[in-house]
Design a protein around this ligand. Sequence first.
Ligand SMILES: *Cc1c(COP(=O)(O)O)cnc(C)c1O
Length: 461
Amino acid sequence: MDISQLRSIPKVDNILEWPEIKRVCREVPRALAKETVRRELDRLRGALYQGELEAMPSAEELDAMLCAEIKKAAQPSLRRVINATGVVLHTNLGRAPLGAEIAASAAFAAAGYSNLEYNLEKGCRGSRYACTEELLCALTGAEAALIVNNNAAAVFLMLNTLAQGKKAAVSRGELVEIGGGFRIPEIMALSGAELMETGTTNKTRLSDYKSAIDLGAEVLLKVHTSNFKITGFTEETALSQLSALAKESGAYMLYDMGSGFLIRPETLGLHEGAYIPDAVSECDVVCFSGDKLLGGAQAGILLGKSEPIALMKKNQLNRMLRPDKLTLAALEAVLRCYIDEKQAKEKIPALRMLAAEQTSLLETARLLAARLADCCPTLHFFAEPCADETGGGSLPGMELSGAAVAVEGAPPQVLEEKMRANDPPVIGRINRNRFLLSVRTLMPGDVEEIAAAFSKWGAGL
Ligand SMILES: *Cc1c(COP(=O)(O)O)cnc(C)c1O
């Protein structure tokens, strides 16, 4: 190592006076800029010591590099992205989008004070959930409702309250891992419930559940197999049969639906998907996510009979799992849309995307392709049919007939990377060695941003 190289590293305070850096610092807190410069110089010093770097970059190179790093450090890490994957409830991209209108009606709760736990008529403490819970009951026919942080929390609270120290029968075909390591057998063990494995992986009959009851099961738990599908020689016991058995034997009927609709899926043109009110009428308690097919905010929603819901509200765990005011405000705004089915389909982005028909998506893709061809003459754009997905572990194996713009004229990996590096990032996908931008999942204004991204490409930037 050449000591003179280490000596040539400029001082942090001097660097902060360089004209370009000073200009960047006008838009960035000085402390953040200083910290970033110090960190980068440390990194260079380390690389010189280790021999990974032979010489310090030139002053011009250092200037450009530090400017870029300071700008990067000033950007919020959570950024808006354009979802052109065609996966409506994309787990990596934040699942259900709320849309500007619903998000705006939730923003007031964050911006100032609210009557979160205050009864305005009586001038005393009120319930933070009352209004949203009433709405949920009205929309589903449930006697009572409870909202927690997410559905994983809902499942845990349900089992801990109603199945602790009891035998709970679950089909071997439903002992699933949902994602992020959330496994039903382990959650049951943690909750204090005793798992009774019932039936087989591919077939679980009513008689299997009857045997479980005979062996002392006091809870029947049904779990939606959200992220896979077993096909072939299979048999699943209908919920109505299970529920009749539970009633007859005095066992609790619990159902982790994972995800469900508050309007009939047929009205969205879909042939699959559970209708929440149907499940509510068959069970003591059902639970599902707020940000899957419901199209709302992250939450776990528990619906059911008054007695088991009241027990869950009294569980100490409930206080630890309660949602914040932003969630409640967003959820209420979404649920209000459901009062009128037509409004729900228009205003809730996830429902609008799920209901979009291929003919209209193809038309959108044609317009987008023509627009992009104008912006970027060096690439070729083709509107074509594609297969989209609901995503989010909601309707496994179901394809949605969609439409995409396929881009040719550059390697797909390069296109994918370049679009991902755009501000805002445009997330597409590579299919059969072609880069595709699916139009189903675009939000208002996204077309402009995609056009701007390809204009930059066309200009060689
Ligand atoms: C998604 C899902 C969960 C977890 O829900 P989160 O809202 O992500 O916590 C639990 N059970 C099932 C069946 C699911 O599909």
